[in-house]
Design a protein around this ligand. Structure first.
Ligand code: FAD
Length: 396
C-alpha cells in the first residue's frame, strides 16, 4: 500500500507541528504550550494568520488535533464549549481586528474563561424578548438587569451579553451585543444548584455596570445577528462533536452492560441505541468534513436534537441495568466546577446531568421548530409580537 501524497497544506501543518513539539514541552505549563500552538496558527487552522490560524480549510484542524492527541495524550489541555465553541466563532465573524488581537489568544489558552449571558427569567426560548437594558453614556454603556443559567459565570473573565438598547424597536431589532468584563463593579454572581448537586451555572445581577463602547460586538442594534451566530455555533459545539467509536455515553452503556448484563430485551435496546449513536457519529463526521469557517446553518440543530434525546435514553437504560445500585447516587456535595465539561465518570451522576441536554443550548422543542421551519420549509409558528415595538408587547 502506498501512502497518499500530502498536500502542500498538510505538509505545512506537519512541519509546524514538528516545530511545536520540538520547541515546547507539551507536559509543561499549559498556557505556554497552548500559547505557542496559537502563535503557530495551529489553534484553529481555518482562522486568519495572526489570529490563531493559517487561512486553511477547517477540515484540516482534525490533522492537528489527532497528531497532538497521539503524540501527547496526557498533556494538560483546555477546551471550553462556550469560549472555544461559541466565543471564538463570534469573534471571527463579528469582532474588529483589535478585538480579535486582544481576546482570541487568552480565550484559546484558557487564561481567560468566557460565559454567555443570554437567558433571563422572562426570556429563554424566546431570547429576543429579553429585558436587560443598556443606555449609552458618553463612550460607555450602563447596563441594568438580570441574567440566569449563566454557566461558569463564577470563574469567567468575559461575558457575551445581549441587552436591549432600543425598547421602541421590534424585539429583534432593538438589541446590542457586548463583551462584558465580569470583574466590573456592579456585577453580582450567585450560584444555582442543579439536580447533580453541583452549581455549574448562576444568576447574574447587573446594577449600573459600565461597558466601554469599544467592547461592543458589531453595530448598535445588530445584537440579534450576533446572537444567532452564537446560537448556531452553540448547537454544533454541543451536538456536533465526533468521539471515537464506542466512547462517550454509548461507551459508558457498553461498560455497564459488561459489568451487569441484562435481559434479551435489554440487549435489543442496547443494540438499537448503539446503531443510533453510530449513525449520529457518522453524520457528525460528514457534517464536519463539509463545514467551512462561517456560521453553521440551521441543520446544526439536528445533531443537537439527536444528541440530547439519545443521551437521555442511554443513561436511562444504563441505570436500569445497574438495578438498585443505579439509584444510589450518594454525592450531593456542593461544588462549582471551573468548566462546563464533564467532570464525573459516575454513571448515576451522568443520568442526572443529561436531563439538561434537552434544555441547554435550546430545548428539543425549539430544535424541532427550527428543523421544521428552516430545514424542511414547513409553515412557521404564528409570531404575533414580531413587528410590535418591544415596549408594547404584553409581558408578565
Ligand atoms: C445546564 C444548562 C446550562 C445553561 N447555560 C446557559 C448559559 O450559559 N447561558 C445562557 O444564556 N443560558 C443558559 N441556559 C439556559 C437555556 O438556554 C434555557 O434554559 C433554554 O433556552 C430554555 O429556556 P427557559 O428555561 O426559559 O424555558 P422556556 O423558554 O420558558 O421553555 C419552557 C418549556 O416550553 C417549551 N417551549 C417554549 N417555547 C416554545 C415554542 N415556541 N414551541 C414549543 N415549545 C416551546 C420549551 O421547549 C420548554 O419545554 C442553560 C440551561 C441549562 C439547563
Amino acid at each position: 500500500m502506498t501512502t497518499p501524497e500530502r498536500s502542500a497544506a498538510e505538509t505545512q501543518i506537519d512541519e509546524l507541528l514538528d516545530q511545536l513539539l520540538t520547541d515546547n514541552d507539551p507536559h509543561g505549563d499549559r498556557l505556554d504550550f497552548m500559547g505557542a500552538q496559537f502563535d503557530l496558527g495551529l489553534a484553529w487552522v481555518h482562522f486568519p494568520e495572526g489570529h490563531g490560524g493559517l487561512d486553511l480549510s477547517r477540515r484540516l484542524q482534525k490533522r492537528v488535533n489527532d497528531r497532538l492527541d497521539e503524540a501527547t495524550p496526557h498533556r494538560p489541555s483546555f477546551f471550553h464549549v462556550i469560549g472555544h465553541g461559541m466565543g471564538a466563532p463570534v469573534m471571527l465573524t463579528h469582532g474588529t481586528e483589535g478585538q480579535k488581537t486582544r481576546h482570541l489568544r487568552p480565550l484559546f489558552t484558557g487564561e481567560e474563561v468566557w460565559c454567555q449571558l443570554f437567558s433571563e427569567p422572562g426570556a429563554g426560548s424566546d431570547v429576543a424578548g429579553l429585558a436587560a437594558r443598556a443606555i449609552k453614556d458618553g463612550d460607555e454603556w450602563v447596563v441594568n438587569g438580570q441574567k440566569v443559567w449563566t454557566t461558569v459565570a463564577h470563574v469567567a473573565k468575559w461575558g457575551m451579553i445581549v441587552v436591549r438598547t432600543d425598547p421602541d424597536a421590534p424585539k429583534h431589532l432593538g438589541m446590542t451585543y457586548f463583551l462584558m468584563d465580569m470583574e466590573s463593579d456592579g456585577i453580582e454572581v450567585k450560584p444555582l444548584r442543579q439536580i447533580t448537586g453541583e452549581a455549574e451555572f448562576n444568576e447574574v445581577f447587573m446594577t449600573d455596570v459600565r461597558i466601554p463602547d469599544s467592547q461592543r460586538i458589531d453595530a448598535v442594534g445588530a445584537g440579534w445577528r450576533v446572537a444567532l451566530t452564537t446560537l448556531m455555533n452553540e448547537r454544533v459545539a454541543i451536538g456536533g462533536a465526533v468521539a471515537p467509536r464506542n466512547s462517550g455515553p454509548i461507551g459508558d452503556l457498553m461498560e455497564v452492560w459488561r459489568q451487569h448484563g441484562g435481559s434479551e430485551h435489554d440487549r435489543d435496546e442496547l443494540m438499537k441505541l448503539w446503531v443510533e449513536a453510530e449513525a449520529g457519529r457518522l453524520t457528525n463526521i460528514r457534517a464536519n468534513q463539509n463545514a467551512t469557517a462561517g456560521t453553521p446553518g440551521p441543520e446544526g440543530s439536528t445533531g443537537k436534537l439527536v444528541y440530547a434525546e439519545l443521551n437521555k435514553k442511554i443513561y436511562h437504560l444504563a441505570t436500569e441495568l445497574m438495578g438498585p445500585a443505579g439509584m444510589g447516587y450518594d454525592s450531593y456535595e456542593f461544588i462549582q466546577p471551573e468548566t462546563a465539561e464533564e467532570i464525573s465518570t459516575d454513571t448515576r451522576r451522568r443520568f442526572l446531568r443529561v436531563r439538561a441536554n434537552s434544555i441547554e443550548g435550546g430545548t428539543s422543542e425549539i430544535m424541532k421548530n427550527i428543523i421544521g421551519e428552516r430545514v424542511l420549509g414547513l409553515p412557521g409558528e404564528p409570531r404575533v409580537d414580531k413587528h410590535l415595538p418591544w415596549n408594547e408587547v404584553p409581558r408578565s
